[in-house]
Design a protein around this ligand. Structure first.
Ligand SMILES: C[S@@+](CC[C@H](N)C(=O)[O-])C[C@H]1O[C@@H](n2cnc3c(N)ncnc32)[C@H](O)[C@@H]1O
Length: 443
């Protein structure tokens, strides 16, 4: 096996900076991957809004704070002709990631130790720039610089993805985490800090034993959520000195100061008005709110705690809402599976169950009576592990459905149905015909 030093990790674009060991050197983060950051997903979302995002197959992709590069490695495997570059402050994590990349034969993945604050990318332009789980955990100057780097190095029609903890939803988590930090923050050794924090959590849990009421449920949910975290994630997410959630509109304004704008959110289940009940959509429309402002109101009402903003250059022309006619040229896949025998009699209802362990809506059942939609679903779930070309599937469906497809407006009904199910998180889209990854987007 070759050593990391012997491997060609690409052109020396990033300056490798000297940094001292940090918390992530002592305890490396868990190796996660985030399908919602995949360029094929980001490109598809952008295209629905009218932005011709770069071809993922030959894209240059950068991830800030990539830890050991697990997310990049997963994407580099599925897009072998694209180039992936990750930077992280922690030399230990980068070293681990490099070894794994070499072992996996990933010649299109390069990992560098670098600080967002002073990294120099030269003239490099990236088609996709990702910062997952970084923005809310770093001080303001780092966030400021993150936006500067995105503005300077994002290709003209490129896409950036930045996730962050949002208010008001994160506030309960923050309150619990602050109390644990008060108890554990002063302790020098990691084991001691973990022990003190867990003990604090148990004390709080006991306070709520047998109690009821909306506030109790809210706090109990948070205590269970935090208590359920694995020790490493718990250590970094809850006991980290910097944790700074913000409101959605604050983030949007901050991005705008750097000439960046929000295209959409990468979490399909909370994406568009389609996810809302009809009455709620009408109520919003009556208020005449922009979708941007409406999203902030929804964050307040739904107590939203996390966002995945998809950004582009401010001067790029965009549709505020996604356009169903732009599904043409994209690929779709469904998590809906028939939950019983399929009746051959046209018009008889077919029940579908939402598949996917732990994912949004798992186990939910929906009933479909429209033969056109039944025919479409029949084609989609015939190859459940692949994304299928929407336009071709639609054309074939229109033929399969015969009379059920002949009335005017039927195609639009089907397109709307797909958009609604994308927004529910029961379908997924991609800009290339990728395979379905094992990991699904959590709510
Ligand atoms: C919470 S972890 C998230 C890791 C990974 N992105 C994820 O979501 O699983 C934050 C990462 O950001 C890195 N980081 C923090 N400050 C940084 C900086 N100024 N420059 C580069 N990386 C930084 C840390 O070393 C750590 O690996």
């Amino acid at each position: 096996m070759t050593t990391p030093e012997e491997v060609d990790l690409g052109d020396p674009v990033a300056a490798v900076v000297e940094t001292g060991p940090d918390a992530y050197d002592e305890t490396p983060y868990r190796a996660f991957r985030f399908p919602e950051t995949h360029p094929t997903r980001l490109a598809a979302l952008a295209r629905l809004h009218g932005l011709a995002a770069p071809d993922p197959n030959c894209a240059r992709v950068l991830e800030f704070g990539c830890a050991g590069g697990s997310n990049l490695a997963a994407m580099a495997r599925t897009l072998p002709t694209a180039e992936f570059h990750g930077i992280d402050l922690s030399a230990t994590q980068i070293e681990q990631g490099r070894r794994q990349a070499i072992a996996a034969g990933l010649g299109n993945l390069r990992l560098d130790v670098a600080d967002i604050l002073d990294v120099d990318f030269g003239d490099a332009r990236y088609d996709y720039m990702i910062a997952h789980g970084v923005f809310s955990w770093v001080p303001d100057p780092v966030r400021e610089r993150l936006f500067e780097l995105i503005r300077r190095h994002l290709a003209p029609t490129g896409i950036a993805y930045v996730s962050y903890n949002t208010l008001p939803g994160w506030s309960v988590n923050e309150a619990v985490a602050e109390m644990m930090r008060l108890e554990a923050g002063e302790l020098a050794d990691t084991e001691g800090r973990l022990h003190a924090a867990r003990a604090t959590l148990e004390t709080f849990r006991a306070l709520f034993d047998g109690a009821h009421g909306p506030h109790t449920e809210l706090v109990r949910y948070e205590l269970d959520h935090i208590g359920g975290k694995d020790a490493v994630v718990f250590l970094h997410d809850e006991l980290e000195a910097t944790s700074d959630p913000c409101y959605f509109l604050q983030f949007v304004e901050w991005a705008a100061e750097h000439d960046l704008r929000q295209v959409t959110d990468a979490a399909l289940p909370t994406l568009w008005p389609n996810a809302l009940p009809q009455q709620a959509r009408q109520a919003l429309a009556r208020r005449g709110l922009s979708w941007l402002k409406a999203q902030q109101y929804l964050d307040y009402l739904q107590w939203r705690r996390f966002r995945r903003s998809v950004l582009c250059h401010a001067e790029v022309a965009l549709d505020e809402l996604p356009n169903p006619t732009r599904l043409d040229g994209l690929y779709v896949q469904t998590r809906l599976r028939p939950s019983g025998p399929i009746s051959v009699a046209p018009g008889m209802p077919i029940k579908y169950r939402v598949d996917g362990l732990g994912a949004a809506g798992s186990g939910d059942v929906m009933q479909v009576t429209d033969p056109l939609i039944q025919a479409f679903m029949h084609r989609l779930w015939a190859t459940p592990h692949h994304f299928q070309a929407f336009r071709e599937t639609l054309d074939a469906t229109m033929k399969d459905a015969g009379n059920a497809a002949s009335a005017p407006g039927r195609e639009a009904v089907l397109r709307d149905w797909v958009m609604t199910n994308l927004a529910r998180g029961w379908m997924d889209i991609a800009a290339t015909p990728r395979e379905v990854s094992g990991t699904r987007l959590a709510p």
